[in-house]
Design a protein around this ligand. Structure first.
Ligand code: SF4
Length: 524
């Protein structure tokens, strides 16, 4: 019987099972046959609501999920297509969305995406013209523009497994934004810490966010556990202790190791169901659908005793930050928020306070002198003479010193706490952290702090970290590249203006987050 992911998700009595399929860099051959065979068996099995297909996983080229997805969809099982922002600019993504609609495919997992990997002739240019929040907003607008106004059913990702307080809050604040901009479901990243899985459920409940969440469950083999433990798969966490345990399980014979891994996946699935997840998203199975059946059969056997397994999923790191205090009676968290202790360094305090005050007095729409600034800017812009170039030169030098400015002409420093998203973030994220940071450090440049980690500490200085959940940044306006961002702002030419279609949509509340605070009190 064919399944429909969206209607299955709307059935409160159904626990949703989906599975991730990973095509490789070939258009025919064994990997493609395996994926198609998996889908056929998933359909026959009847327990899966959809399969999801990755989009150039790890940033490396593979067969298009749209093409493969269409073939699978036609065979009778629903498909969730991963759409990342890494390889296409907004035009490419719009063209792809039109193609997906034409093909009758509607389930989207909107992702920022891993950084670029290697293709023909070396590493590809990372695009990141949009981010995952913009992408959700874009698919909303695609829906609004069409007769079939709810064609695209849009999912987003979150990593509840972050180490530090700033990363943890940055993830949830961005999730808040994604939900406000139209996400219909959530799929988590992978970790082996039941308390962290529960934290997401607590956050959703505490903020009255009624969105279904699917928990990632994975078949961990020693090879994958090693890669995840080394941090080479962004957003996933496998502790050293768990990795050693898996090595031990697989040491004597592979069969014992394999069944231990199946059992672990089934127990984690049962726990997530018990914690309140609406479903699970199974990954890491590439050879034989029998493994999926074994996990689901085992899960069905043990799911009523899920609480007995909680202690087996306590792979927290000694320095892990949890948003809620530990519950002394169980292996989970209580409903009391943990203290916030993260502090900006003296340099960041000074840098933030200086730029914050300058910005408020010179670059706020509400500044009392806005009309004067606008008049001066108009004269400079219309004359475009030597004075304009002198102002532009002064701006470039000052902002290069203060922000390592790249002269994008459409300044977005107010979003990441007065840091430059162009020079500070290799993915140019204006709406929050991607899932890839590790212990506060950038996924791409591990010697640098993630700017969103710093943004949290900087906003904490003025008790405004919740800005990270409510200030929605439209995509950068490329037509302003290498022009004066100061003048563009005062003339209303940059993304703050309603002339930019997405900014216009945000300003009219179409896709902007509701100005709702993120609750930090006890769970009701
Ligand atoms: S103008 Fe663009 S490149 Fe320059 S500081 Fe602002 S965001 Fe960064």
């Amino acid at each position: 019987m064919s399944r429909n992911f969206r209607s299955d998700l709307s059935d409160p009595d159904r626990f949703i099972i989906t599975m991730e399929l990973v095509p490789k860099a070939e258009s025919t051959g064994r990997s493609i046959n395996t994926v198609l065979e998996f889908s056929k068996q998933a359909l026959n099995d009847g327990r899966l609501s959809a399969v999801s297909i990755t989009d150039n996983p790890g940033g490396n080229p593979s067969l298009s999920p749209d093409v493969l997805g269409k073939e699978i969809l036609d065979s009778g099982i629903d498909v969730i297509v991963h759409v990342t922002c890494r390889d296409m600019n907004r035009m490419g993504i719009e063209s792809r969305a039109l193609q997906l609609r034409r093909m009758g495919m509607n389930n989207i997992l909107a992702l920022t995406g891993d950084y670029s990997g290697k293709g023909f002739g070396g590493q590809g240019a990372p695009v990141f013209d949009l981010d995952s929040v913009n992408l959700l907003c874009f698919f909303n607008m695609m829906n609004q523009k069409s007769e079939d106004s709810d064609h695209f059913f849009k999912g987003c990702a979150v990593s509840p497994f972050k180490w530090t307080e700033p990363e943890c809050y940055a993830q949830y604040y961005k999730l808040r934004k994604k939900i406000s901009t139209g996400a219909d479901f959530i799929i988590t990243q992978l970790g082996y810490d039941a308390r962290k899985y529960y934290e997401l459920i607590q956050f959703l409940k505490n903020n009255d966010l009624k969105i279904p969440a699917l928990a990632s469950v994975y078949l961990l083999t020693p090879r994958v556990a090693r890669v995840m433990n080394s941090g080479r798969i962004p957003g996933t966490v496998v502790s050293k202790e768990l990795y050693m345990k898996i090595l031990e399980e697989w040491k004597s014979d592979k069969r014992t190791g394999y069944f231990a891994s199946v059992d672990r996946a089934a127990k984690l699935a049962a726990i997530c169901k018990g914690l309140g997840y609406r479903g699970i998203h199974i990954g890491g199975i590439h050879r034989n659908f029998k493994t999926v059946k074994r996990i689901l059969d085992r899960m069905a056997e043990i799911e009523n005793s899920w609480q007995d397994f909680l202690k087996e999923f306590d792979y927290s790191q000694p320095d892990h930050y949890y948003m809620y205090e530990k519950n002394k009676q169980s292996a989970l968290s209580s409903d009391i928020l943990a203290p916030k202790n993260s502090k900006a360094t003296s340099f960041h305090k000074l840098h933030f306070k200086f730029l914050h005050s300058i910005h408020n007095s010179l670059f706020s729409i509400n500044t009392p002198h806005a009309a004067i600034y606008k008049k001066i800017s108009r004269q400079l812009y219309q004359n475009s003479g030597i004075v304009y170039h002198l102002v532009k030169f002064f701006e470039d030098v000052l902002k290069k010193i203060l922000l390592n400015c790249q002269q994008c002409g459409d300044c977005g420093i107010e979003y990441p706490g007065f840091l430059c998203p162009e020079s500070g973030c290799p993915k140019h994220m204006r709406n929050g952290a991607c899932g890839g940071s590790r212990k506060g450090k950038c996924e791409v440049y591990p010697d640098r702090f993630c700017i969103w980690y710093l943004a949290y500490q900087r906003f904490a200085l003025i008790e405004k970290t919740e800005n990270m959940a409510t200030a929605c940044a439209p995509p950068r306006m490329w037509e302003l590249n290498k022009t004066s961002s100061w003048i563009n702002f005062h003339l209303g030419r940059d993304h703050h203006t309603k002339l930019c279609s997405i900014a216009g949509a945000c300003n009219t509340g179409l896709c902007s987050p509701k100005k709702q605070t993120v609750k930090t009190d006890r769970i009701k």
